[in-house]
Structure formats: structure tokens, C-alpha cells
Design a protein around this ligand. Sequence first.
Ligand code: PEP
Length: 258
Amino acid sequence: MMNTPESRVPLIAGNWKMHKTIAEATALAQAVRDGISNPPPAEVVLAPPFTALAAVAQVLSGSPIQLAAQNTFWERHGAYTGEISPQMLVDAGCQYVIIGHSERRQYFGETNDTVNRKITAALSAGLKPIVCIGETLKEREARETLGRISNQIQEGLAGLTAGQVERLVMAYEPVWAIGTGRTATPQQAQEVHAFIRQLLQDHFGAQVAGSLRLLYGGSVTPDNIRELIGEPDIDGALVGGASLKADSFLCLAALGQR
Ligand code: PEP
């Protein structure tokens, strides 16, 4: 592969899930903005709930911190009560959007097919998708992890060109590690990350596979990020719980460099 780990800028993204009022989100975004070193040690992305996006966009305006939504629909506009289009997210100030988080797959019926549609729509609106994949505990115990990952990539990225895939970030998030305090070991995570990069190389070529950033997600904290990011195919983290407080998230951003 042409790119080395050093050539991929690490990315630390905070997924606030269904937490924070507009006032709380504004305060947290301000604290992160004011506490981050300039230039930041890694690329930093915040993903507040939809209701706080516009307010957080204002706080982050002029700072190097980027804004993400946690989900999107694939249509541009229309009679789709309760949905939000990628164009609306751009209008609210987003640069990124998380797609296919395991909680969306688990509780809201998202499939590889809906993930695929969302990725295509987000890219056409100019958003950078952070695409989440990962196996359940049952799948890991049945030694189906790599098969599951392969299926999520083949179906989730079906029909995309190498040029489109190059604009993605991917996050490997073992479902059993999300919000459980049970982090994958650096070796477990690296094994899957290397497998993902190889699959991307097989399908989209060495240039794409070498430059695409692969984040790890699942109970990442300031105590374990250094050893995770020390692995050659781990390019950052998607963080839930530890992103809800400025001090732990700032710590992660500071430690989340190679
Ligand atoms: C997540 O929501 O993507 C996540 C990894 O959560 P946590 O860090 O809380 O495990």
C-alpha cells in the first residue's frame, strides 16, 4: 500500500447520542473549543443531537473542530415525516455524518442496504460519512466476525466508486464493546482493522485502502487510547461515553495522535 500510517491524520470523533439540551450542548462545545490546542493534535469532530446542530455550529465557527450529525435520510426533501436530509445537515453546518451506527441497526432496523443509500446521498450533498461496522458478541463467539465485517463492507459499499470510498471514514465498532466498558484489546482491534484495509484494497485499490481512515469505537477512554492508536491500522476513535465531558474528551483529543 502506498500510504503509511503516519500519512493518515488521526481523527477523534465524539458521538453525544441522545444526550444534551441545546444549552448543555453549547456549553460542552464551547469547553472543547476553548480547551483544544491550536492547531489540534488530531482532527476533532463533535456529533451532537439534531436539535443542537445549528447552535454547536455557531460555537465551532472559525475553530478547527468539525461538526457531524448522527444520522441522515437518503432523500433530498419530500413527504418523509421525521426525517432529515443530507442537504439539511449541510445547511445546519455539518461536514460529517455518522452512518450505520450499531444502535441504528439494532433499534431502528437499519440494514446494509439503507446504509448504502445513506452513504451515496451524503456524499452527493458534500458530507463526509463516518460509516460504522462491527460484529455482535454472538457473532464473535461463533467466529463469524470477519464474515460479518466482509458482508457489511460488500453490501454497505456496493456500487460505490473508488473516488467515493476515498471520501469515507470507517469506524470498526464491535457491538459488545459499545457502552459496556469492555474495550477490544489492541490486538483484537488491529486484526479486524487490517482485515478491513485488505478488503478495501481488494475492492477499491491500494490508494484508497492506504489513505482511508479507520477509527476504532467501543469504550475508548483516556486510559486505553494510546495503546489502540499505537496499532498501525487504527487511525483514531469514535467515542461515546467519554465524549460527554470536556475534560475526558480533550484528554482523548490530546492523546489521539500517533
Ligand atoms: C459509540 O457510541 O460509537 C461508542 C463507541 O460508545 P462508547 O464509547 O460509549 O462505547
